[in-house]
Write a protein that binds this ligand. Structure first.
Ligand code: M6P
Ligand code: ZN
Length: 187
């Protein structure tokens, strides 16, 4: 039997960086078609800000193993919509996931394939359980980076397809200084 080596890493709780992790950067240009307000999107595209960064420690896609990653989701809005991660189902749709809030304020938007949506607020210390089959997207509703850890099965995979096409059934927007969930006109 070949055993893998155990591993301990210290997440920088201020920046979200995991030393030695694979870094992925998503700019606004990587999120084309994701925000409802296309005019506001085109306007902000001139600056093309970084929307989020992911620091991932991933294993081979094998049943039973685990990946983990931090995400640093920057504050900002496109029109009334807060900055968010793309959001995905798992390719192996029955795989669950755990999130843990580290810094900043935000929440998770989840939905079933039928479009039943749930919103869970997150702050440092919040644990969110993403059940099998639910799509999940995180949203920064604050004015500082929203940083969290995710732990997910190594064979879960990412299925971006239907979310990339029409998004979630709800949008997370600012209305009169408050965070509101409203129906997505594209759904
Ligand atoms: C979390 C995990 C990752 C995911 C990342 C960004 O760290 O769920 O698997 O890649 O968030 O989310 P997305 O892939 O939807 O852009
Ligand atoms: Zn996931």
């Amino acid at each position: 039997m070949e055993y893998k080596n155990p591993l301990g890493v210290d997440i920088d709780l201020e920046t979200g960086v995991i030393p030695g992790a694979k870094k992925l950067v998503r700019r606004l240009s990587d999120l084309k078609g994701y925000f409802v307000d296309e005019k506001a999107y085109e306007e902000l595209l001139k600056e093309n800000p970084v929307v989020y960064e992911v620091y991932a420690i991933e294993q081979e896609e094998k049943d039973g193993d685990l990946n983990f990653a931090t995400t640093v989701l920057y504050p900002g809005k496109v029109g009334r919509e807060f900055f968010f991660t793309k959001g995905h189902y798992h390719s192996k749709a029955d795989r669950a996931e755990i999130y843990y809030g580290i810094k900043g304020r935000g929440g998770m938007l989840l939905q079933t394939p039928e479009g039943k949506a749930e919103w869970i607020e997150m702050k440092p210390g919040t644990v969110v359980y993403v059940p099998p089959y639910w799509a999940h997207r995180t949203v920064n509703t604050g004015d500082e980076p929203f940083i969290f850890l995710a732990v997910y099965p190594a064979d879960a995979g990412h299925d971006y397809g239907s979310i990339a096409e029409k998004g979630f059934s709800k949008l997370v927007v600012e209305e009169n200084g408050e965070v509101k969930l409203v129906d997505n006109p594209k759904w």
